[in-house]
Design a protein around this ligand. Structure first.
Ligand code: SAM
Length: 237
């Protein structure tokens, strides 16, 4: 994929990127492939696929959540930086907090942020369940994101505590997540989250399905999240 064709795909979704931003994506791609030889960051390394399935997929979350309304974003289980780093490249005003329990990935993300000259990117090594108990992260974020981390019933407990009251949690999913949303009803009640919308999307070239679940956060009871490991092991079903 050339820079021009990537820019055109984004432009079709109303997203404009300049040469510097395209260079940042190119550098990010090379760092991802280089570090992936030493550690497990992604199964996708071919350029076209990285640009479409990681960069485009992440950046176009902005089609369903207006980034002009977002100042602080927390990305839970960001792995190699998705969706938060492509969003940060496209929307430099964002203050990004990344939480991941694997320190090697955190080191990679710190390196990428510094190499790309991205400011206001904080990379936190820890389990979401523990980090969400820290005052500086709890109830703080306008937008919380998670892509490919856990099923929604567990994810609500990992992610909603980070959102401020009135903030939004965007869970990024592949195929139709309605069954997962049904299964997550108890966790939504307990964590006081309300599904606003499930938005279907499609990757532009390979045409696979994507869905974004937008959940409004009301408040998080003190008892959540439970001890690290519990939300996934014993989800609120
Ligand atoms: N979001 C990325 C993406 O879409 O490519 C990465 C997905 S990867 C499958 C899941 C990531 O979540 C891993 O990097 C893992 O270390 C992290 N993770 C899983 N459970 C977590 C938890 N409880 N707290 C923080 N990070 C977690």
């Amino acid at each position: 994929m050339t820079n021009e064709s990537f820019a055109a795909l984004l432009a079709a979704q109303g997203l404009t990127v300049d040469d510097r931003q395209l260079e940042q994506f190119d550098r990010y791609f090379h760092l991802l492939v280089e570090w992936n030889e030493r550690m497990n960051l992604t199964g996708i390394t071919e350029r076209d696929a990285v640009y479409e399935k990681h960069f485009y997929d992440s950046a176009t979350l902005s089609v369903v959540t207006d980034m002009a309304d977002v100042a602080r974003i927390a990305d839970i289980g960001s792995g190699a930086g998705f969706p938060s780093l492509p969003l940060k490249i496209c929307f430099p005003h964002l203050k990004v907090t990344i939480v991941d329990s694997l320190n090697k990935r955190i080191q990679f993300l710190q390196h990428v942020a510094s190499e790309l000259g991205l400011e206001d990117v904080e990379c936190v090594h820890g389990r979401a369940e523990d980090v969400a108990r820290q005052k500086e992260h709890r109830d703080q974020y306008d937008l919380v994101t998670a892509r490919a981390v856990a099923r929604l019933a567990a994810l609500n407990e990992l992610c909603l505590p980070f959102a401020r009251s009135g903030g939004v949690f965007a869970a990024m999913k592949g195929t139709d997540p309605r069954e997962e949303v049904d299964e997550a009803q108890r966790s939504l009640r307990e964590l006081k989250g309300k599904v606003r919308q499930i938005i279907p999307m499609k990757l532009p070239l390979e045409q696979s399905e994507r869905h974004v679940i937008l959940i409004d956060k009301l408040a998080t009871p003190r008892t959540y999240p439970r001890k690290a490991g519990t939300p996934v092991k014993t989800p609120l079903l």
